[in-house]
Ligand binder design. Structure first.
Ligand code: ADP
Ligand code: ZN
Length: 435
């Protein structure tokens, strides 16, 4: 049976959702135009006035915002309310180098926590659950977001934050945690640590995992589900739009419902900015229609995905997004070929390796080099050098098939690649050092 946290909106008809979006968009554009000089200038440059925006059909007339605007306007330039009305800030984890600071009013926090509560309820969470939040607490949005959602649902909340894996496991076991929230790479690490203690997926009380904040593959999902003995669900969000809970998976596990009463989603061609029809692959753009303090209009996420309004068996009518296939700026261009780390991960897991790997790119004699360091599964550690070389060759051949370019594979001893307690660092691009 499907459960909802705010059933009326989660199952509303398309007409209702669109009408609500239109009404909120018109109000939001006025709010931003009147209070954010930076965006008012962008609108003026484009010759658009708030009165030109009569509903969602006019959304495309508005200028985009991108991460560079956030950098230019740092720290207060996009704030839309007096600072005294703000109660908190959060900041991006800086995966791509640029830190962003976002502001929240009390109401912004309430609505954000509602979004996270929807995510918890959608996977089956209730007030009977014990929810272990192992996302980092602090400037990063993950810990506080899920903590707030867990409170709203009425779960007993374990505010563990990330790290200290022994303690995570001890609390998980002693207090019988039923839901685990963290990054997928940390979930994999916790699973690995349990395995080393001789514990299987049957030896804990966990039922569900809510994992997000970084890209992860279907193969990794299966792996985590097995080692932890749970159903693993995806959750998506970004600091610029509040944090996790912008979109979340339901029991179907086929993509994430976007909270359309708070965010309008568009897919655009990242090169031309043209809005693409539903079902097209492109860059995800969000307009926050309920945020008061930091309401970004047409914010380019650089995340590449597909939107779909196909009927979902959970009964939710909210549009779904596929797992982001990597960010447009996560995409590596190696010898002119587009490569996403997720493609490499897919090959590794399909070939029986763990998701512990690191990609190294360099430029030697004007040619890009691609090296993939992969951990040997512990049971293969005693293999002879010849066996290992053959395995490296076999893996390199599979990668060539997937990527279309050759890679050098290095099998390294178990546990030699650094584990992540937050977002994993998958790529070391040494080419930048030479620029
Ligand atoms: P940073 O840009 O520093 O990583 P955030 O911590 O706000 O800042 O991270 C937001 C980004 O994390 C998103 O734009 C997206 O690229 C990635 N992300 C978040 N959730 C997911 C998810 N479920 N799957 C894939 N990527 C995700
Ligand atoms: Zn659904």
């Amino acid at each position: 049976m499907a459960n909802y946290y705010q059933k009326e909106i989660e199952t509303a008809s398309l007409e209702t959702i669109k009408a609500l979006q239109s009404e909120r968009l018109v109000k939001q554009v006025k709010h931003v135009y009147e209070n954010v000089e930076y965006y008012r200038n962008l609108m003026d440059e484009q010759g658009v006035k708030p009165d030109d925006i009569k509903g969602i059909e006019d959304l495309h007339k508005l200028p985009f915002l991108s991460k560079s605007d956030l950098r230019d306007a740092y720290p207060y330039g996009l704030l839309a309310v007096p600072l005294k009305d703000c109660v908190r800030i959060h900041s991006t984890s800086g995966t791509t180098g640029t830190r962003v600071v976002a502001f929240y009013t009390q109401n912004d926090i309430e609505l954000w926590e509602d979004c996270c509560a929807r995510a918890i309820v959608a996977v089956g969470g209730t007030k009977d659950d014990i929810c272990q939040v192992a996302y980092g607490y602090g400037l990063f949005t993950g810990g506080f977001g899920l903590n707030g959602g867990s409170h709203k649902v009425g779960c007993l909340t374990l505010p563990m934050s990330s790290g200290n894996t022994d303690r995570q496991i001890q609390f998980m076991q002693d207090l019988n945690a039923t839901i685990l929230c963290c990054t997928p790479s940390y979930a994999a690490y916790i699973g690995e640590s349990l395995h080393e203690l001789g514990l299987t997926g049957d030896d804990n009380s966990l039922k569900y995992g809510i994992f997000g904040a970084e890209p992860w593959t279907e193969a990794m999902r299966k792996d985590i589900e097995k080692t932890l003995g749970i159903k693993a669900y995806d959750i998506y969000g970004l600091t610029e739009t509040s944090g996790p809970g912008v979109a979340y998976e339901c029991c179907e596990q086929t993509g994430m419902h976007i909270n359309e009463d708070h965010f309008i989603a568009e897919i655009i061609d990242p090169d031309t900015g043209e809005v693409l029809p539903e079902g097209s692959k492109g860059e995800l753009v969000f307009t926050s229609i309920t945020k008061e303090a930091f309401p970004l209009l047409r914010y380019r996420t650089r995340d590449i995905c597909v939107l779909s309004r196909e009927k979902c068996s959970c009964g939710r009518t909210l549009i779904k997004m596929t797992k982001p296939m990597g960010r447009s700026d996560d995409m590596l261009i190696i010898r002119g070929v587009n490569v996403f780390p997720s493609q490499i991960e897919t090959v590794l897991l399909a070939e029986g390796y763990t998701p512990n790997y690191q990609i190294e790119i360099d430029r030697i004699n004007n040619t890009d080099t691609l090296d993939v360091n992969v951990e040997l599964p512990p049971e293969q550690f005693s293999d002879t050098v010849k066996d290992i070389m053959e395995k490296e060759k076999a893996l390199a051949a599979e990668m060539q098939k997937m990527l279309g370019i050759s890679a050098k594979v290095h099998l390294v001893p178990p546990k030699t690649i650094q584990r992540s307690e937050g977002k994993a660092v998958r790529v070391v691009d040494k080419r930048k050092l030479h620029d």
